[in-house]
Design a protein around this ligand. Structure first.
Ligand code: CA
Length: 376
């Protein structure tokens, strides 16, 4: 393998020399490194190999290995193997692991502005988030937000619009939220609490047991593909949509800044582009698999699918505005990120109103309503 790498480096160096007319083979350029090998640990907030969320870091690790010809090896650890699920950020910040995969809103207690990089209630879809992060200034703000912690973030996949969650009783009005204890992280958790419930954050590996033992009455996790894998239909009867709270939940790859800086330029580019490729791949996978999983949930497991009542959605929107106002008033970085987020959302809505939304409306008009109905 070393010989092969050396041969490749020589070929690249020769090509570079030819291109610049230098005529001398200088081996690799300064950005390509000297064949030094790096071994990184990647810790995640997910159970190892959980479909969708947990396969993304494995995909990333495979891509990095292939693209670098083994010069950078990334070993993936599930939640609890090196650090607990919610210890991932601190582990990467402190250099216990070079990388992490999780969701930025888990760190909101430490970094209030982090919530914008996962999901905002009634905010952007996956497509819009990708546009904002990569072409609307979002990623630069994300880096600025994490810079004081020595952590560099990259978009790490999106689930698309999530489901509103699993409930052990039916919601018929806003009154039914009162006293309900739900696993729901991020800003949405604060909104849920303001609406009369009680929000808690519990890592994915513990939500099933928490529902089963009655520690919580409701749980939002992701959507049909992921929720079926966790077996949530076994611990709750009602499955609600739409995912008002996470309309395009974005995951993150985080990298220890010193570890990233120590890489030669070509390996830095491989980390960046493998993250970008994995980011898109996750959305593709959820898009392809959610439908079949929903069918299984409804037909084989007789899950009761319900839409959140309009008055519940209206209350959640009202409380979302209050929670957002409090957040931006109390944290300068949150105020700065929200200004950018809001500006992009308003602009992209203007076009999506006559493109994505208008098209889907028109398609429904001619093809009929596609929503599978278990509601009688
Ligand atoms: Ca979620």
């Amino acid at each position: 393998m070393l010989l092969l790498t050396a041969a490749l480096v020589a070929v690249v160096g020769f090509w570079a020399a030819e291109r610049t007319g230098g005529g001398r083979v200088l081996s690799a350029g300064p950005g390509v490194g000297n064949g030094e090998r790096f071994e990184w640990k990647l810790v995640t907030t997910w159970p190892k190999n959980l479909p969708g969320l947990g396969t993304a870091p494995e995909t990333f690790a495979r891509l990095v290995g292939e693209l670098s010809d083994g010069r950078l090896t990334v070993r993936v650890y599930g939640a609890g193997e090196i650090v607990p699920a919610l210890g991932v950020f601190d582990a990467v910040s402190g250099g216990v692991a070079e990388m992490g995969h999780g969701a930025s809103y888990y760190w909101k207690g430490k970094i209030p502005a982090a919530v914008f990089f996962t999901a905002v209630p009634f905010g952007m879809t996956a497509q819009e988030m990708n546009g904002w992060l990569h072409y609307g200034g979002g990623e630069a703000l994300w880096r600025e937000t994490y810079a004081p912690f020595g952590v560099v973030p990259f978009a790490g996949g999106s689930t698309g619009v999530q489901m509103a969650g699993w409930f052990n009783r039916e919601l018929t009005s806003t009154e039914d939220l009162r006293g309900l204890k739900m696993r729901i992280p991020g800003l949405a958790g604060e909104v849920f609490t303001a609406a009369g419930g009680t929000a808690v954050n519990i890592p994915g590996g513990e939500v099933y047991t928490s529902m089963q033992t009655g520690v919580i009455d409701a749980v939002e996790w992701v959507g049909p593909y992921n929720d079926l894998a966790l077996g949530l239909h076994e611990v709750a009867e009602y499955y609600y949509y739409p995912g008002w709270h996470e309309p395009g939940a974005m995951l993150e790859f985080i990298v220890n800044a010193d570890a990233l800086a120590a890489l030669p330029e070509d390996l830095k580019a491989i980390v960046r582009d493998a993250a970008r490729a994995t980011n898109q791949d996750m959305l593709d996978e959820f898009t392809a698999r959610n439908n079949a999983s929903l069918e299984t949930l409804l037909k084989e497991h007789e899950v009761k699918l319900r839409r959140l009542p309009d008055d519940v959605l209206a209350l959640l929107k009202e409380k979302s505005d209050e929670v957002m106002a409090r957040l931006v008033a109390g944290d300068p970085m949150a105020r700065k990120v929200y200004a950018s987020y809001r500006e992009f959302l308003d602009a992209v809505r203007a076009y999506h109103g006559i493109s994505e939304q208008a098209y889907i409306n028109a398609r429904t008009t001619v093809l009929g309503d596609p929503v599978p109905r278990s509601e009688e």
